[in-house]
Design a protein around this ligand. Structure first.
Ligand code: DGL
Length: 269
């Protein structure tokens, strides 16, 4: 009973995880959320496994101070490299975005040819490929890292000729492989949906992890009997490790609504 009113903890390397928060808010409108964006150390996508795991452990420790009832790793890069270690160290249920995204893609594909795009670290980890093959080992997976997409999205260049040109270059090999489904394996990429769809054409289904992750969160909370099924007014708190100004300015684009107050924490060590 007690757990019902506890918040859900969500962390990301920075701002992008708000796309996952948006999906959780839609799926579970009564749940309170504590969001932690490690804006002082973003990006994670260019870093090594050991650094990503270390940062992720610290992020979970921060969220646990708020008595969260579960933790969502909104960051694809953290989910790719750190999830097994986090689950080993902490008792709280931890949900990553990789398995839900893989499941959504496996359900969507007709030709069993799935593309995955993400940060360098996510693609290097092979996590999506492994998760897809756990569902169906006969599926062919083609991966491509798209490192310029993150700064492009933060700059707000979501359409237009520069964006299209970069997307065309990154996606040409996946197009050649005749994928019928593409996983947008990074928090930022859902904002590029229209450009990516334009480049790949209408026959490719774009899948992002956010919605399916929110569905999985519901399942985990139901299983633990901590789902907040009352019409409670949820409370949202946002914490970042660097100046909140940029997060505040850009954040609403990811969240689809104005952010409440954003608090700065001086690291979590
Ligand atoms: N949040 C990261 C992800 O989903 C993207 C930004 C970064 O590289 O830290 O992989």
């Amino acid at each position: 009973m007690n757990g019902m009113r506890q918040p859900i903890g969500v962390f990301d390397s920075g701002i992008g995880g708000l796309t996952v928060v948006k999906a959780v808010m839609e799926e579970l409108p009564s749940e309170s959320i504590i969001y932690f964006g490690d804006t002082a150390r973003v990006p994670y996508g260019t870093k090594s496994k050991s650094t990503i795991v270390k940062f992720s452990l610290e992020n979970v420790e921060f969220l646990l101070r708020f008595g969260v009832k579960c933790i969502v790793i909104a960051c694809n890069t953290s989910s790719s490299w750190a999830l097994p270690t986090l689950r080993k160290y902490f008792k709280v249920p931890i949900i990553g975005v990789i398995r839900p995204g893989a499941l959504a893609a496996v359900q969507a594909t007709r030709t069993k040819r799935i593309g995955v795009i993400g940060t360098k670290a996510t693609i290097h980890s092979g996590a999506y490929e492994a998760a897809i093959h756990r569902f169906d080992p006969t599926i062919k997976v083609f991966s491509e890292s798209c490192p310029l997409f993150v700064p492009l999205v933060e700059e707000g260049w979501l359409n237009g000729s520069i964006c299209k040109e970069i997307a065309t270059k990154y996606l040409e090999s996946l197009k050649r492989q005749r994928i019928d489904t593409l996983i947008l394996g990074c928090t930022h990429y859902p904002l590029l949906t229209s450009t990516i769809q334009h480049v790949l054409g209408p026959d490719v289904t774009l899948v992002d992890s956010a919605k399916q992750t929110a569905v999985e969160v519901r399942g985990v909370l139901m299983g633990a009997e901590t789902l907040c099924d009352h019409r409670l007014r949820p409370r949202y708190r946002f914490f970042v490790t660097d100046e909140p100004a940029h997060f505040n300015q850009v954040g609403h684009r990811f969240l689809g609504q104005v952010l409440g107050s954003v608090e700065r924490v001086n690291g979590h060590h």
